[in-house]
Design a protein around this ligand. Structure first.
Ligand code: PMP
Length: 444
């Protein structure tokens, strides 16, 4: 069916949309029809600048022919093959390619790769690997996981248990987990550029939870190095280093959820490289295939991987996996994506663009209702003061206004989040900031 114009809209009845106020959306839908480079085109033919790389995933920009060709070729060659007790070469090739990227440098040995179908699956996988590893090394009482208030780790039962988004926690039952405090601290860190100076002491909450529960009950701690969905919370200077020191001291595995920070978002291949802090497991998805085909991957250290390989030769070492783990078509998309990242230098491009992005964003200080602006690499946030009695509505109005005027942004509560494709040029940065500035004035 051709839906490339508004005169031929789809029925709105059947698709139950995720994370969406369905009734509100369907009354006045925003529909994207095609995309190329930095721009979407909506069903009315309007160009919409992508300020969010889709959902933090289209790092190399839209419509990459190389990915499309690789996908088509793979679909025609081998559309599907199981990876349970069977294999196919392309999944091994992709894992090798990812292993060679060696997050944190070769000495980190974070190069054993478990494939999943999404970020949520990567999180659940990492949590299960952590618990299984502890058991395999004779630490079977370590079953508790520590996450953070405001953490977002996808929507599986594992992910919502360790995450701290209120709606997830209120509505659904969870597995045992505990949470460190995690605040934005606008009073001390307001309008900070890069890593905020204050708040390192928050890492000591891990020590408090170890004292409360006993190290012998705790398998792992999971954090987003920079949390996105909670409204862009950037770690204070020294914070991740301190978490690593405490977790190491007590034999607790450290998991970095890099679903949004992986693949160049901070101007380094991974956040691990930006911070120089090496965890035991990294979860990824999104930029892994440039968003083109769903796929996730968990990078495990050799220590963790090898710890699970010690049973009898014919035993299944990790009782876990997905029908689509290492899917051949997704692997083909992933390999093509990595080739683009390498050839165009995209995994470090954010380092060069971070400064103009930062200066442009901070020029919005002083606009109506702007309570904070913060940024790191190619991630930025503009936090607005909420309307009395109607939190979230001000940022939502800015989002709608921006879309009408040709810019896609993302809002969480009253926070505007920006994460443009890594191919962004200075002229796009100027457009983003000027459209947001205009919207802020109109909405005020
Ligand atoms: N972890 C983090 C840090 C995320 O940002 C997200 C998605 N925004 C997820 C996990 C879940 O990924 P998915 O939606 O692919 O399941």
């Amino acid at each position: 069916m051709d839906h490339s114009s508004r005169s031929n809209l789809p029925s709105m009845e059947n698709f139950w949309m995720p994370f969406t106020a369905n009734r509100q959306f369907k009354a006045s839908p925003r529909l994207l029809a095609s995309a190329e480079g930095m721009y979407y085109t909506d069903v009315d033919g309007n160009q919409v600048l992508d300020g969010t790389a889709g959902l933090w995933c289209v790092n190399a920009g839209h419509g990459r022919k190389r990915i499309a060709d690789a996908v088509e070729r793979q679909l025609r060659t081998l559309d599907f093959a199981p990876t349970f007790q069977m294999g196919h070469p392309i999944a091994f090739d992709f894992a090798e390619k990812l292993g060679k990227m060696s997050p944190g440098g070769p000495s980190a040995q974070l190069d054993r790769v478990f494939f999943t179908g999404s970020g949520s699956e990567s999180v659940d996988t990492a949590l299960k690997i952590a618990i299984a590893y502890q058991r395999a090394i004779g630490q079977g009482t370590r079953t508790r996981i520590i996450g953070r208030e405001k953490g977002y780790h996808g929507v599986g039962f594992g992910g919502i248990s360790v995450g701290g988004l209120v709606n997830n926690r209120r509505i659904f039952p969870q597995i045992p987990a505990d949470h460190m405090r995690h605040t934005l601290d606008l009073e001390r860190n307001g309008f900070s550029k890069g890593l905020p100076p204050h708040g390192l002491e928050l890492a000591e909450d891990l020590e408090r939870l170890v004292q409360l529960h006993g190290a012998e009950t705790i398998a792992a701690v999971i954090v987003e190095p920079l949390s996105g969905s909670a409204g862009v919370v950037i770690p204070p200077k020294g914070y991740l280093e301190r978490l690593r020191a405490i977790s190491e001291k007590y034999g607790i595995l450290l998991i970095f959820d890099e679903v949004i920070t992986g693949f160049g978002r901070l101007g380094t291949p991974f956040a691990v490289d930006y911070f120089g802090v090496v965890p035991d497991l990294i979860t990824t998805a999104k930029g892994l295939t440039n968003g083109a085909i769903p796929m996730g991957a968990v990078f495990a250290s050799r220590k963790v991987h090898d710890g699970l390989m010690h049973g009898p030769e014919n035993a299944i070492e990790l009782f876990h996996g997905y029908t689509y783990s290492g899917h051949p078509v997704a692997s083909a998309a992933g390999i093509a994506t990595m080739e683009i990242y390498e050839e165009e230098g995209l995994l470090t491009r954010g380092a060069a663009m971070a400064e103009p992005f930062q200066e442009a964003l901070h020029s919005l200080k002083g606009h109506p209702h702007v309570a904070d602006i913060r940024n790191l690499g190619l991630v930025g946030a503009i936090e607005l003061t909420p309307r009395d009695g109607a939190p979230g509505t001000r940022a939502y109005d800015v989002f709608v206004d921006c879309f009408k005027n040709g810019l896609l942004i993302r809002v969480t509560g009253d926070i505007i989040a920006l994460s443009p494709p890594l191919i962004i040029e200075k002229e796009h940065i100027e457009i983003i900031v000027s459209k947001i500035g205009d919207a802020l004035k109109r909405v005020a």
